[in-house]
Write a protein that binds this ligand. Structure first.
Ligand SMILES: Nc1ncnc2c1ncn2[C@@H]1O[C@H](COP(=O)(O)OP(=O)(O)OP(=O)(O)O)[C@@H](O)[C@H]1O
Ligand SMILES: [Mg+2]
Length: 376
């Protein structure tokens, strides 16, 4: 299996504006997407993926926890890889959900000025380190609108006494220092760091009005988050990912991790070795991930009395052949594979490959789209 996966689209799309990169440093691979703007559209110029396993003495597809200097080495390798042919250093960089801390706090309704003082005070209860050690961001989760009139109901006496919901997002200063250092050492021109969830929301969602659950099946973990009207409402992490599936296959079938990874990618759930079906071996892991997802859905439905209307699968783990069908059996709602490249213009001949590999690039595409917006 190649270390690299890439496609350079290059010159056939004609003259374009400034190019930008979206960079996603995942636990198993770095994903990079280069976009530019042409006639108001985001145009895909090139994209690629570099497996990180080999930088940690592991195989392709395996999760790593690399020291910063190895990440720097990998990014530099990626930037100079001729097949990807990246031509800019202007970028944004995603930060893993696992490096962040998010919580929804309830607070009494109060003026904005007062909130600015009180939110950091209240946030201390949720953040296990001194507040001076984190960068804190927050927003008020909007109250429900009246679905009949699309109006926010007049604040009556009862509503005024109701609590506000505030989503807090914290990043440890050490994390920011680490990423800034990586950017400096790779000579990238990064204008922002963004927690990956927000990047995926940008590339995947289409102004859906009803709640959507996004399931990002990465290598080490599966990230779950509910978004309603473009606003992140709740987020969770499940400590099983696609690598759990490879490990399961390797153990149960008595094959090497490399062979198990190959089997998983090539055959997916229809694979079979000596009469043992892949689907049977990995059912436990998939069921665990989807039942955790259902718990998140149920908790949301109970709290807000609203149905989650769609489940969108992203991340490399969602490229597993047949997984969408299994998910359909597990959820009582519509399930689709995310298609981040649907938001960019690309040559028609790439349609199928972009559709198939797309979910893995949801974060990188979202980051690149934001960087592109910043140029407008
Ligand atoms: N075609 C495929 N079929 C099945 N699994 C695949 C396929 N392509 C990639 N994967 C799996 O997806 C996982 C990588 O997904 P992804 O790139 O989203 O993870 P990551 O971003 O590196 O990890 P994380 O988000 O946990 O930090 C690997 O375990 C890999 O084996
Ligand atoms: Mg990821």
């Amino acid at each position: 299996m190649a270390n690299f996966f890439s496609k350079t689209i290059g010159s056939i799309l004609g003259k374009r504006g400034q190019s930008v990169l979206g960079i996603d440093i995942g636990s198993s691979s770095i994903k990079i997407v280069q976009l530019s703007r042409k006639n108001g559209h985001a145009v895909l110029e090139t994209y690629g993926e570099l497996a990180l396993g080999p930088y940690a003495g592991k195989s392709v597809g395996e999760a790593t926890s690399l020291p910063p200097e190895k990440v720097v080495e990998a990014i530099l390798d990626m930037l100079k890889e001729k097949e990807v042919n990246v031509s800019t250093r202007v970028c944004g960089v995603a930060i893993p959900f696992a490096s962040s801390l998010m919580a929804v706090m309830e607070m009494p309704v109060q003026p904005q000025k007062q909130l600015e003082i009180m939110v950091p005070v209240e946030a201390r209860k949720y953040i296990p380190v001194p507040i001076s050690e984190v960068a804190l961001d927050w927003y008020i989760i909007p109250k429900d609108k009246n679905p009949d009139t699309e109006q926010v109901p007049e604040p009556d006496a009862k509503l005024k006494t109701q609590n506000l919901e505030v989503l807090i997002v914290a990043l440890h200063n050490d994390t920011l220092v680490k990423y800034k250092d990586i950017v400096t050492k790779t000579q990238l021109d990064a204008s922002f760091f963004e927690i990956e969830i927000f990047s995926t929301m940008r590339s995947i969602l289409d102004q859906e009005i009803t709640p959507v659950l996004i399931v990002d099946m990465g290598a080490t973990s599966t990230k779950l988050y509910i978004v309603e009207r473009g606003i992140l409402r709740s987020s969770h992490s499940v400590n099983r990912g696609s690598q759990s599936i490879t490990d399961e296959l390797s153990k149960s079938l008595g094959i090497s991790v490399v062979d198990a990874e190959y089997l998983k990618r090539e055959k997916g759930l229809i694979g079979e070795v000596n009469g043992v079906k892949v689907k049977e071996v990995v059912t436990l892991t998939l069921n665990y991930i989807f039942s955790e997802s259902n718990r998140v859905i149920l908790a949301y439905q109970k709290k807000y009395n609203k149905n989650v209307s769609k489940v969108v699968l992203v991340g490399g783990g969602s490229a597993l052949k047949g997984v969408v069908d299994v998910a359909k059996e597990s959820f009582q709602t519509e399930v689709v594979a995310g298609d981040p490249f649907a938001k960019v213009v690309a040559p028609a001949f790439l349609e199928k490959v972009l559709h198939d590999t797309g979910p893995e690039f949801a974060v990188a595409v979202g980051v690149a789209l934001r960087r592109l917006q910043e140029l407008d």
